[in-house]
Design a protein around this ligand. Structure first.
Ligand code: NI
Length: 426
């Protein structure tokens, strides 16, 4: 049976302003998007012109199971934090723990309006199982570090064979070479070859810190862009480059390609002292930009509302110019751009025939006083917050509504994650 959402203010990335609509969802898709007042039916939600319907957020870069490591060692230098606080604990990870951490992350993501997330980590079949049990959409990759014998690449290929397209298309699998400073050129070339032959996307950390390139085995022999070109990574189906704080601004034109998306991670970059990626300039160069939180231990939240606001405010401050990165652009980065980056077709807009991934936002609270169809995007980005999210729907299925999860047992998920964390940190 279809469901009708009446009198909702619809905003998505192709609209210059919101519009009051009636929206019919049937199965996994939006069946009809029509002006308010035109649809009726038995199974009906009335938004009463004080509810917004937005495409679900797509968290385009993260490590979901790092919810287990949140708060371990704060305010430390990056390498000290990684070497002394994070890596020793990660050594004790197993599939059960990773699955528990991913479910914990999904509680947070669903309750804040995220419908889809990118993930790069270990024991990824645990994340795939968690996602299929929950019903979220995701792009999964196996994080590969120092893969001399190709074992990790084989593991990532197996993940793709087992889960790419699983759950009726909810899961996509990418290859996940960690970063240019943890992989050699030859390893990256192998990854690109496999990605091209198997038509897979690639997720990669890219130029996150100022001196990163100097610490790669390629430094001195090629530029970062030559590495991407010569390895073949520019020819993979989708190349998702996260962070990108320290791109050479004279080479921005290189990144303007249909199959390349850069992911902005403003909070993680600020918290780890990596800097501010000048993404307003990247957007002007015609580069595709999505938005992601990174892992919960370097953010420390998985809340895309905060990420949008930080993204917009950081650009205005960095360029000392309030017109940089407008609210509509931040919303587009948080929704449509991420869905495209992870290879999801017909996903990220509220449009007939597209996937019904959306959230309903309650506009009937004090901070929205004065909103209208023209200014809604600004209200959402600068005054809104995740506590306004009432409902989160993925692939036509309600997964979160008014504090309740339909496919996750919140108490059980938290208890299992806590037990995993205790085991790992004792
Ligand atoms: Ni990351």
């Amino acid at each position: 049976m279809s469901k009708i959402y009446k009198n909702v203010a619809v905003w998505d990335a192709r609209r210059s302003k919101a519009e009051f609509c009636d929206v019919e969802v049937e199965g996994t898709e939006f069946r009809t998007v029509a002006p308010a007042g035109s649809l009726n039916g038995e199974n009906c939600f009335d938004g009463k012109r004080r509810t917004a319907m937005l495409p679900g957020f797509v968290n385009a870069h993260g490590h979901a199971s790092m919810t287990l490591l949140r708060g371990l060692g704060e305010d430390l230098p990056l390498m000290e934090w990684l070497q002394n606080r994070i890596w020793p604990v990660e050594d004790r990870l197993n599939k059960v723990f990773v699955k528990a951490g991913a479910k914990q992350a999904m509680l947070e993501m669903l309750s804040t309006g995220t419908t889809c997330f990118a993930d790069m980590y270990f024991f990824m079949d645990g994340v795939a199982e968690a996602v299929l049990e929950t019903g979220m959409r995701c792009g999964l990759s196996r994080g590969m570090i120092d893969d001399k014998d190709g074992e990790k690449l084989r593991d990532n290929i197996k993940l793709a064979e087992n889960f790419n397209g699983a759950g009726g298309g909810l899961v996509s699998v990418q290859l996940g070479p960690h970063a240019p400073y943890t992989m050699t050129f030859y390893m990256l070339r192998n990854v690109a070859e496999v990605a091209i032959s198997k038509r897979l996307g690639v997720q990669l950390h890219w130029l996150e810190t100022k001196d990163e390139w100097k610490n790669t085995s390629m430094s001195g022999t090629m530029t970062p862009e030559q590495c991407l070109e010569n390895s073949g990574l520019t020819r993979v189906k989708q190349l998702v480059l996260s962070h990108c704080v320290w791109l050479d601004e004279s080479r921005l034109g290189f990144y303007k390609k249909d199959n390349i998306t850069l992911v902005n991670n403003p909070k993680s970059n600020l918290k780890l002292g990596s800097g501010v990626a000048p993404v307003a300039k990247y957007l002007k160069a015609g580069i595709k930009i999505a938005l992601g939180t990174d892992g919960a231990s370097s953010n420390n939240s998985l809340d895309m509302w905060e990420e949008m606001r930080f993204a917009a405010l950081a650009q205005k401050g960095y360029f000392m110019d309030p017109v940089q990165l407008k609210a509509e652009e931040a919303l587009k980065m948080a929704t449509y751009a991420g869905a495209q980056a992870l290879g999801f077709d017909k996903c990220g807009l509220i449009k007939e025939g597209w996937k019904a991934d959306f959230m309903l936002v309650d506009l009937d609270s004090p901070q929205y006083m004065g909103w209208n169809e023209d200014n809604l995007a600004g209200y959402l980005v600068y005054s809104g917050s995740s506590k306004d999210v009432k409902t989160t729907v993925v692939n036509g299925k309600t997964l979160y509504e008014c504090g309740e999860f339909t496919t996750l047992d919140k108490e059980k998920v938290i208890a299992e994650a806590l037990s995993a964390r205790s085991e790992m940190t004792k």
